[in-house]
Design a protein around this ligand. Structure first.
Ligand SMILES: *Cc1c(COP(=O)(O)O)cnc(C)c1O
Length: 411
């Protein structure tokens, strides 16, 4: 495809105007929205209003007068349609890692007589570390990692816990199929939607045709554009809510926090999965970030994401052949999330050289270059220009420069 053809695709793109909802620095092509979404324009005013008016003038009155106490639920209600959940099944709280801990412990509780948490060694490391931590602290469970988790399902598995989109390769797992396979042996499932919510339509179960997922967690700062360290979300299917208990039984998950009782009594429904005081400034940013999805057709979003990925891989094949790259993402767009990944032994320095050219992707050890393709604000010509920059970096051997080879703490 030529650059002019890419520009014509942008002209015909029904999502093209949504890019105006974001602050994107000129000269930058942002291919890292899968790691930290960009700043939505509306977030700037919203957060300054919350700081100046609600906090500055309202002070503690704002918990009631500006509905701060209800904010986690209101924000969760905006996430629910993105993941095929009912509003009553989603809550915003804590970080993804902590929510994973809370829901894994709840799932284990619901499965007396079953000891195993089953996952994949390719799962996101924090998820694996949390599972190791829960196995160590609870003592009553055991972590099993299998390259092919479906083949390792048996009647000792309490919960199958996987991430929907592989963080390195972008591979999209069969959420409905694996959920059904787990249920067939009596296991519960917990899906981490960190790399799918906001980019890949998910149907956890609200619609009749949904996957019937038991538990899920996901991230606020990636495709949901909630800002650095934004609070995460969690999902508990309605059918489990009255029996499932949070192991982190903090006061704001109590049925009556302001009764200040000595003993914990869980709130009814999803509210019991809140632990402590919600971070209102970050929640306000996430709330404004989610408004960027208003009016967006999720089917069109997915179609464009797949097309951008196909374009990237086609151009990389055509123009980067001979430079030693290996495509590690599935070629079939229907088996891919909203990112493409290439492997190269000089991956780190190549990513740094690209960043110096204004094309921001990231690197995942040992050798993966990741390019997130967020269809709300990226166009076809952006992808064309990004591959052009990659060609220049390789042809000019820019990755050999000393400044691109020094490792920073965040890659
Ligand atoms: C980004 C990500 C997380 C992040 O967890 P935090 O607790 O927010 O640091 C967890 N799981 C997966 C799969 C992720 O991609």
């Amino acid at each position: 495809m030529t650059r002019d053809e890419a520009l014509r695709l942008d002209e015909a793109d029904p999502l093209a105007s949504f890019g105006d909802r974001f602050v994107l620095p000129t000269g930058v092509i942002y291919l890292d929205g899968n790691s930290l979404g960009p700043l939505p324009r509306a977030t700037i005013d919203r957060v300054s209003r919350v700081i100046e008016d609600e906090w500055g003038h309202g002070l503690i009155r704002s918990w009631n007068e500006h509905g701060w106490i209800e904010l986690p639920r209101r924000v969760a209600a905006k996430i629910a349609p993105l993941i095929g959940a009912r509003e009553s099944e989603v809550m915003v709280a804590d970080s993804t890692s902590i929510n994973l801990y809370k829901l894994l412990a709840s799932a284990l509780d619901l499965q007396p007589g079953r000891r195993k948490i089953l996952s994949s060694p390719r799962n996101f490391p924090s998820d694996l570390y949390m599972m190791q931590g829960i196995a160590r602290t609870l003592g009553s469970c055991e972590l099993v990692l299998a390259e092919d988790p479906a083949a390792a399902l048996d009647d000792g598995v309490a919960v199958l816990a996987l991430t929907h989109v592989d963080f390195k390769t972008g591979e999209l797992f069969d959420l409905a199929g694996l959920t059904a396979a787990a249920h067939a042996v009596g296991a519960l499932v917990l899906w981490d939607l960190a790399h799918s919510a906001g980019a890949v339509p998910v149907d956890l179960g609200a619609s009749g045709g949904g996957a019937g997922v038991d538990f899920a967690v996901g991230c606020g700062y990636k495709f949901l554009n909630g800002g650095p360290g934004a609070p995460a979300f969690l999902y508990v299917a309605e059918r489990h809510q009255e029996r499932a208990q949070s192991p982190l039984s903090g006061w704001l998950g109590h049925a009556e926090p302001f009764a200040f009782e000595t003993s914990y009594r869980p709130a009814p429904g999803i509210g019991r999965f809140v632990c402590g005081t919600p971070p209102i400034l970050s929640l306000a940013a996430l709330d404004a970030g989610l408004d960027a999805f208003e009016g967006v057709d999720l089917g069109a979003l997915r179609a464009k994401s797949m097309a951008l990925g196909d374009l990237f891989l086609d151009l990389a094949d055509e123009r980067c052949a001979g430079h030693g790259f290996r495509v590690v993402s599935p070629r079939d767009a229907s088996r891919r999330g909203s990112q493409v990944s290439l492997a190269h032994p000089e991956g780190y320095a190549i990513v740094q050289a690209l960043i110096a050219r204004g094309v921001i992707g990231d690197f995942r050890a040992p050798d993966v270059l990741r390019f997130g393709l967020a269809p709300l604000y990226l166009g076809y010509a952006d992808v064309w220009d990004a591959v052009e920059a990659l060609v220049r970096v390789m042809e000019g051997r820019e990755w050999e420069r000393e400044q691109h080879r020094r490792r920073a703490p965040v890659t």
